[in-house]
Ligand binder design. Structure first.
Ligand code: AMP
Length: 284
């Protein structure tokens, strides 16, 4: 596996692969990799000639009060996991390699979409995500890029950016990978102590119950969100950020649950903010 720390090295290797006629898949990550990330790499491996994974904790998507400094990092572990899953190149740039000291150009969706759900408490988050992903798209120029449904709003935002800016890149959404007890895998789960880890199960419990209600034919989002709220509120360590139903493409509120509607939750367990969701009728 090639470890590339500079944009130049990435471009040189991709140029070579292109000359050989190979397709390229990109999996953007912030590192501290787990089986959720690995599932994206496996999918890219199955669909593309060469697989590039970026491993970069992107400062522009964190607000000053968020966990940029504390965000877990373990590059050696990441390399081992990536090698096991057949990644061809990991792009591991420094902040200085990605952002010039006076970088001031951003990619931002100027409508309601990035202000919904996670955007309410994280107002600059999706601007940072769009900016870094658009830079990665320019650097790697992949045929396909792979994103998890775990971050469903992010997936919708990226699809929108790709459409609006005419990137010729296919965006592939991949299902949520969970721990055996249901908790969605996340690099941030490492922040949880034993008691919080148990409490965190209310997210998946609520998501599974919501999914069950939808499968049984309930379409009133009010009723579904109320039951989910009840499950999460019963946990003393949980503080709800939001529990919402939204159109899967526009992320605007949805009153009726039809196929493609996203039902998403964000909950603080102690100081750790966790997210989970389901998509009615499954991920398309
Ligand atoms: P992150 O490193 O958290 O920025 O995530 C990088 C990519 O992995 C994003 O597209 C995430 O949606 C995806 N991802 C993270 N956790 C999971 C999971 N549990 N299941 C599937 N995809 C995931």
């Amino acid at each position: 596996m090639i470890i590339a720390r500079t944009i130049k090295e990435v471009r040189e290797n991709i140029g070579e692969w292109r000359r050989e006629g190979l397709s390229v898949g990109l999996v953007p990550t912030m590192g501290y990799l787990h089986e959720g990330h690995a599932s994206l790499v496996d999918r890219a491996r199955a669909e593309c000639g060469k697989v590039v994974v970026s491993d970069f904790v992107n400062p522009t998507q964190f607000a000053p009060n968020e966990d940029l400094e504390a965000y877990p990092r373990d590059f050696e572990h990441d390399c081992n996991l990536l090698e096991e899953h057949g990644c061809d190149m990991v792009f591991y740039p420094s902040v200085g390699e990605m952002y010039a000291p006076n970088a001031a150009t951003y990619v931002e969706i100027l409508d309601e979409m990035p202000k919904q759900l996670c955007g309410k408490t994280r107002p600059i988050h999706f601007r940072g995500v769009c900016t870094v992903v658009s830079k990665l798209f320019n650097i790697v120029q992949p045929d396909k890029a792979f994103f998890g449904q775990k971050d469903a709003q992010q997936l919708a935002v990226i699809r929108r950016m790709v459409r609006d800016l005419s990137y010729g890149i296919e965006i592939v959404g991949c299902p949520i990978v969970r721990e055996s007890d249901g908790l969605a895998k996340s690099s941030r789960n490492t922040y949880l102590n034993a008691e919080e880890r148990k409490a965190a199960l209310v997210l998946s419990k609520a998501v599974f119950r919501g999914e069950e209600l939808v499968r049984s034919g309930v379409t009133d989002s009010g009723k579904i969100l109320a039951e989910m709220t009840e499950i999460i509120s019963a946990e003393p360590l949980a503080k709800i950020d939001y529990i919402s139903a939204a159109d899967g493409e526009t992320i605007l509120p949805a009153d009726e649950i039809t196929d493609g509607v996203l039902v998403a939750v964000a909950v603080y367990i102690g100081k750790t903010r966790l997210i989970d969701n389901f998509i009615a009728g499954g991920l398309k």
